[in-house]
Design a protein around this ligand. Structure first.
Ligand SMILES: *Cc1c(COP(=O)(O)O)cnc(C)c1O
Length: 382
């Protein structure tokens, strides 16, 4: 068996995170109970360029409150890509609305603007654009569709820290954007998320919802003006976040380094179109949260074959998201309605990519991929 296990992800925690979290645990109470929380919101706004931010206990909670603030409710429909994490869809269901799954483009792996128009009905209330694995959606096209049909476009940027579209950070184009700080994400607070927007009214609405429906100008104590939510981030989590955001450029640049090392080691396979990896288009920067390879159809290499090879080499392999419509909890969207979301995940894998991966570890991962490709191309049975 090959050496130590290579995990697909782990957070990058320095002395700074330990220092801030310790300070929050010791002193962050009473009058100081929101100091790190407010500082985190301010620094995150500065990092992304958003005007308003509300830190939350999860990205899922941020989506839930944002959709609720937009009035998404019983019988409404929300359009999103079939290739997605369940967290993007479940708040829609919790609000009594229906997720409508559309296909992805084969090159971005993000929702295909051309498929959206066909899915719009009088019940459609919003479009959620998820920047999958750091890859950016075609935001210009989405914005146009949103404007034409008077629909809010929401950016699920949970995976897109450090991704920029035409000079602007992901999450700042849409009606609102959300991020996740789950332990697997580029910037982490253990669990956590954030809601950002440039729309003052929407911000005020979500702020009220996020505080159990208590309006900011409400002077009566313990007085709720409506039924709201409780998705607050804790001050201790925010302390971790303050350290991580100070290091955000470093974290993103380490992620990009890992991607570029994979890309250069695998350049021969990429040039011969045996595999493709995350794209980075002109005028965009990809934060490369999750370096991913997709084998060409000609190789006949499947997800299961890749998983077996990685497991034998003692390396974590993380499957490309299943089409959500495959899950028994959703209405079936047959394969021929979203062919790309069914096809790509069947021959793809996410590669290990934590910030502090060594060159040796990256080489070990590349060797597995090169072996698979060589065996397949030489016609050997796998
Ligand atoms: C991680 C993730 C989420 C959920 O984030 P939580 O903080 O765990 O709620 C939502 N959407 C996408 C695309 C994600 O990758």
């Amino acid at each position: 068996m090959n050496k130590n296990r290579i995990a697909y992800t782990k957070p990058s925690i320095s002395e700074l995170e330990v220092e801030y979290a310790t300070d929050a645990a010791r002193n962050g109470w009473g009058e100081k109970c929101y100091d790190y929380l407010h500082k985190f919101e301010v620094t995150f706004k500065e990092f992304t360029g958003a005007q308003y931010a509300i830190a939350t206990s999860s990205c899922t909670g941020a989506i839930h409150m944002g959709l609720s603030a937009l009035g998404v409710g019983l019988g409404d429909e929300v359009i999103l890509a079939n290739t997605n994490w369940i967290a993007t869809a479940s708040p829609i269901v919790h609000l009594g609305a229906k997720p409508v799954f559309v296909d992805i483009t084969p090159d971005t792996w993000c929702l295909d603007p051309a498929c959206i128009e066909a899915a719009i009905t009088p019940k459609t209330k919003a479009i959620i654009a998820t920047h999958i694995y750091g890859n950016l959606c075609d935001l210009d096209a989405l914005k146009k569709i949103g404007e034409t049909h008077n629909l809010p476009v929401i950016e699920d940027s949970a995976e897109a820290l450090g991704s920029y579209y035409k000079g602007h950070h992901a999450g700042t184009f849409g009606t609102f954007g959300v991020f996740s700080f789950h332990g697997t994400k580029t910037l982490t607070t253990g669990e956590g998320g954030i809601f950002i927007t440039n729309d003052k009214d929407l911000y005020e609405r979500v702020l009220t919802l996020s505080n159990h429906g208590r309006r900011r100008d409400q002077v009566k104590q313990f007085w709720a003006d409506e039924i709201g939510f409780k998705y607050k981030m804790s001050n201790i989590e925010a302390a971790l976040g303050c350290a991580q955001i100070e290091r955000a450029d470093e974290l993103v640049s380490k992620k990009r380094d890992v991607f570029h090392k994979y890309q250069s080691s695998l350049s021969d396979l990429i040039d011969r179109e045996v595999i493709t990896m995350n794209p980075e288009y002109e005028d965009t920067i990809n934060g490369y949260w999750m370096p991913t390879i997709v084998f060409s159809k000609e190789t006949f290499i499947t997800r299961e074959i890749i998983q077996k090879a990685f497991s034998e080499a003692n390396i974590d392999a993380r499957v490309f998201f299943w089409p959500l419509s495959m899950l028994p909890v959703f209405d079936d969207v047959s394969e021929n309605l979203t062919p790309n979301s069914f096809d790509i995940c069947a021959r793809a894998i996410n590669l290990p990519s934590y910030c502090d991966m060594s060159d040796d570890e990256i080489d070990r991962v590349c060797a597995v991929i090169q072996n698979l490709a060589a065996n397949s191309l030489s016609g050997e049975s796998l």
